[in-house]
Design a protein around this ligand. Structure first.
Ligand code: MLC
Ligand code: AMP
Length: 505
């Protein structure tokens, strides 16, 4: 195939007049119409001088045009780099600089703040607004509805997704055509997606879950999806009767369960609910089954690997587990200190190998070598075990990571900002349980001797530097941080001490 990822996910549906995207108001965009828009955008990218392998950074709202931009990048061999719309200009600056993006696509509202950065980096800038207006689509309008798909092979880069690191410096996960295509076809098979499916898509499309697990899987099956701008209980309840499946993070499901209108009747039209990106509490799984008769299918994945494991479509979807390694994915539990395989049932670090595992971190060979072994196994940083029936359990994280409403938050990134504030000697950022987001961020500060940190000023500085979802929900000032004999901050003691801060009820 000339371009395996494009040909299989997109080109295969050429001429299809069946819907691919259904908007909240019921408007439909067929596969054929979608491919025409993507081809025009691909033509415009080429007219701007973008060539295969160039990176395109897109900080744009979820829209049919945003999805067509992704398809255009695949068709033109351009590496798609989606960015969280909540990122501040300073966060986006890093991604533009680190990736060497040739083109930045953003909302008109932020164009003024990003233009100087793009110019400094020698990148062009085009606008794309939530309603599909902007310079990108103006430029695409002048292009033909057919575009000569660029030759690509399975090992060519298709996407670059940044995932922060425990050091605070985000790493660009290099995802090849094979990484994405192998997982999309696998999930479509494992989860029984067909061209008769309509997925309710409420996830953002700048992360793996919404862009690859949801969109690529629907495309691999040739189905359709109702795309909501974001998760909203009322909108979900309105559209449930018209869909066959839904994918979400645990917060989606706890919010639905908090609404008495969400009952067996509301869920009766769907054949599948999947959950991932964060732990689904067994209690939530059980409540969901009792309320709707559906057993949520929990799966486990990462930006670096797409999906690694899944509970069975047919079989016992066991609460509190992430199911079995997917076909073609090898998963093992090893000793974090030595890397030696651990006996079945013992808790260790999870390592995975397969076509789904990324190519490494962009321009970070050392970091890549630390996490991607020469034998192809990727050290996930997650702690888990395999039980005597083969189910994988995730029991914790070896990495300093908070997951809030499905978003990854790396404490180091926030600690660097807090430590920089006047009156702050040092800080420790921890995640504590939160009834809605699963976990939320708490900042623990130690004041400079004789000084009192100004909490408002600190929060204002955090707001300037960091996306809203990363902001500490509470700041606590201590005389000193608990440390072990090695001098390492004992965050477990802090998590213990402040674990009840947001307890429900
Ligand atoms: C929004 N806010 C959050 C937040 N989302 N704060 C912390 N954590 C979050 N996840 C902010 C809002 O900006 C708002 O700030 C305030 O919190 C209250 O917002 P809300 O209205 O309650 O949030 P909402 O907009 O409804 O969003 C919550 C959510 C959203 C759960 C719907 O976070 C979401 O769609 N999460 C999905 C993330 C995702 O796609 N993860 C996949 C990663 S890929 P203010 O100032 O306005 O009050 C991956 C691999 C894999 O992990 O396995 O899939
Ligand atoms: P990301 O880097 O955004 O792709 O997040 C990946 C991380 O999310 C994984 O390393 C896990 O820590 C976590 N994760 C994803 N799915 C699950 C799940 N089903 N249960 C627990 N944690 C999960």
């Amino acid at each position: 195939m000339a371009n395996p990822l494009y040909d299989t996910l997109f080109g295969r549906h050429a001429g299809k007049d069946t819907p691919f995207l259904i908007l909240p108001d019921g408007a439909r965009i067929t596969h054929a119409e979608f491919l025409g828009t993507a081809a025009r955008i691909a033509g415009y990218l080429t007219s701007l001088g973008l060539t295969p392998g160039d990176r395109l950074a897109a900080q744009v709202a979820k829209s049919p045009e945003a999805l067509a931009l992704y398809a255009a990048c695949v068709q033109a061999g351009v590496v798609f780099l989606p960015l969280n719309t909540a990122y501040t200009a300073s966060e986006v600056t890093y991604f533009i600089e680190d990736s060497g993006a040739a083109l930045v696509v953003c909302d008109s509202a932020v164009a003024a703040s990003l233009a100087p950065i793009a110019e400094k980096m020698g990148a062009q800038l085009a606008t794309l607004n939530a309603d599909g207006t902007g310079g990108l689509m103006d430029g695409a309008a002048g292009q033909g509805a057919k575009y000569p798909t660029v030759e690509r092979n399975e090992n060519d880069l298709a996407a670059l997704l940044y995932t922060s690191g425990t050091t605070g410096r985000s790493k660009g996960a290099m995802l090849s055509q094979k990484n994405l295509l192998s997982n999309a076809e696998l999930l479509a098979r494992e989860w029984r997606f067909t061209d008769a499916d309509v997925l309710l898509h409420c996830l953002p499309i700048f992360h793996t879950h919404g862009l690859f697990v949801a969109t690529n899987t629907v495309l691999a099956a040739g189905g359709a999806m109702i795309i909501l701008p974001k998760f909203d209980v009322d909108a979900v309840l309105h559209h449930l009767p018209n869909v066959t499946s839904m994918m979400g993070v645990p917060t989606f499901y706890t919010r639905l369960l908090d609404d008495p209108r969400f009952d067996k009747n509301a869920a009766q039209h769907l054949r599948l609910f999947t959950s991932g990106s964060a732990p689904l509490l067994a209690e939530t799984h059980d409540r969901f089954s009792a309320r709707t008769g559906h057993a949520i299918l929990e799966r486990y994945g990462m930006t670096e690997t797409n999906m690694n494991t899944s509970n069975p479509y047919d079989g016992d979807r066991r609460a509190g587990t992430v199911g079995f390694p997917l076909p073609g994915v090898e998963l093992k539990v090893t000793d974090p200190a030595t890397g030696a395989d651990l006996p079945q049932g013992e808790v260790g670090q999870l390592e995975v190998r397969g076509d789904n595992v990324f190519q490494g971190y962009w321009q970070m060979p050392e970091k890549t070598a630390e996490e991607l072994r020469s034998n192809g196994f990727f050290i996930t940083g997650d702690l888990g075990k395999i039980d005597n029936e083969g189910y994988v359990h995730i029991v914790g994280r070896g990495k300093d990571l908070i997951i809030s409403g499905g978003y990854n938050i790396y404490p180091k990134e926030i600690e660097l900002v807090l430590d920089d504030q006047p009156g702050v000697l040092e800080s420790a950022v921890i995640g504590v349980p939160h009834p809605d987001f699963g976990e939320t961020v708490v900042g623990v500060l130690v004041a400079e001797p004789g000084q009192t940190p100004d909490a408002d000023a600190i929060m204002a500085a955090a707001a300037k530097a960091l996306a809203r979802f990363k902001h500490p929900r509470k700041l606590i000032v201590l005389d000193e941080l608990p440390r072990n004999t090695m001098g390492k901050v004992q965050k477990n003691i802090l998590r213990e001490r402040y674990g009840d801060l947001f307890k429900a009820g």
